[in-house]
Design a protein around this ligand. Structure first.
Ligand SMILES: Cc1cc2nc3c(=O)[nH]c(=O)nc-3n(C[C@H](O)[C@H](O)[C@H](O)COP(=O)(O)O)c2cc1C
Length: 347
């Protein structure tokens, strides 16, 4: 099967692949620019970017500053060709500011999830930017699209469907996660398409769950999806922003090491059972003071660990204290590869 190109609003890429904006600092300007050069959509994750000390006094400005630097760096590396976006999590306390900063920088698309991005069109106004919500049910999409239509007369430019086996925070109950057959990617596709049809929208629908090969992409195209978003598998690339010690943790991990815990974000999160997670599962609370209140809903006195610090530890290669978010397909990371090795298989 020849892989089709992927058109979203005014944007296009040679392959139907979006590189997931993975925080903290995994989906950085390196990974995003290389993805774009190889024929996909590149995404910079907007969470946890700022210098931790500077963020203590001015979290918002410091986060904006580094995001702008990252966008400019990616533009330079790609000579301003291709489609560059950000991933913005609704759960963040600087959600509005980070989006406005990216809009002012002329970003091409915004992918937004971890909550319903109801107010996103307000921050984008009339800019020619593709808006791509991340959704895990037809019901949630219906609520979102009704609000966008009523408040802003705005339609989405594509929809990313995150399945229950995907990496990162999950928009499913624990019961659904235990019985993924009740919320399979086939079922979700039908639900999402029905909702889009009821609004009269015909936009690309992208699958985000366990993609690590051309065959996985073809599987979703045959199901009716227009393309995929890839997270976990891309952690195992040279370009991903993470210390090699942490990348090796993913290479060595086995399916049995994958567990679900409750994240300070307020959603279930799929992670590797590393020392921090063992401590959390044993009911222990880490000693920490909240550096900059990055999450809207986090109560530092109640949560067992600081997710910002834990993800920064992963980025820095501190295996003892890091949080290793993953999808179910962690075993697809067999060794660290160049991103090009994967894209070569799509030709
Ligand atoms: C390490 C890691 C970090 C992630 N960070 C984010 C994030 O900052 N924002 C977000 O919306 N999704 C995030 N995700 C989810 C991805 O964007 C993507 O949808 C998901 O990884 C796709 O499933 P896969 O991991 O099975 O490929 C993350 C996933 C991983 C594995």
């Amino acid at each position: 099967m020849n892989l089709p190109e992927l058109k979203i609003r005014h944007l296009r890429a040679m392959y139907p692949v979006i590189q997931a904006g993975m925080g903290v600092r995994v989906g950085n300007s390196n990974l995003a620019s290389e993805t774009i050069k190889l024929g996909g959509y590149g995404t910079i994750a907007s969470v946890g970017l700022g210098d931790i000390e500077k963020s203590k006094t001015d979290f918002i400005q410091e986060s904006n500053r580094v995001l702008i630097d990252e966008i400019r760096r990616a533009r330079k590396l790609t000579e301003s060709e291709g489609s560059l976006g950000i991933n913005a999590m609704v759960a963040m306390s600087n959600y509005e500011e980070i989006n406005r900063a990216a809009v002012a920088e002329g970003i091409d698309f915004i992918i937004s999830g971890a909550g319903l991005p109801i107010s996103l069109p307000e921050y984008v106004e009339n800019a020619n930017i593709a808006l791509i919500p991340v959704i895990s049910s037809g019901r949630a999409l219906n609520v979102l699209l009704s609000a966008w239509k009523r408040k802003y007369n705005r339609a989405p430019d594509a929809v990313i469907v995150e399945g229950a086996k995907c990496g990162g925070h999950l928009g499913f109950t624990l019961k659904q996660i235990e019985h993924t057959d009740t919320c399979s990617m086939e079922i979700l596709f039908t639900e999402i398409k029905e909702v889009l049809k009821s609004f009269g929208y015909n936009v690309p629908v992208l699958a985000a769950e366990e993609v690590a090969s051309r065959e996985d992409i073809e599987k979703f195209l045959k199901m009716g999806y227009d393309g995929v978003q890839i997270g976990t598998f891309f952690i195992g690339t040279e370009e991903a922003g993470m210390d090699i010690k942490s990348k090796e943790v993913y290479v060595k991990a086995r399916k049995k090491d994958v567990v679900i815990i409750k994240s300070p974000v307020g959603l279930p999160v799929r992670v590797l059972k590393t020392p921090l997670v063992e401590r959390v599962l044993a009911g222990k609370k880490e000693k920490f003071s909240c550096p900059y209140h990055c999450l809207r809903t986090c109560n530092p006195s109640k949560v067992p660990f600081c997710i910002a610090k834990a993800l920064l530890a992963t980025w820095a290669g501190d295996v003892e204290n890091g949080l290793y978010m993953t999808g179910c397909n962690v075993e697809s990371i067999k060794k660290i590869i160049k991103l090009e090795t994967f894209f070569d298989t799509l030709k």
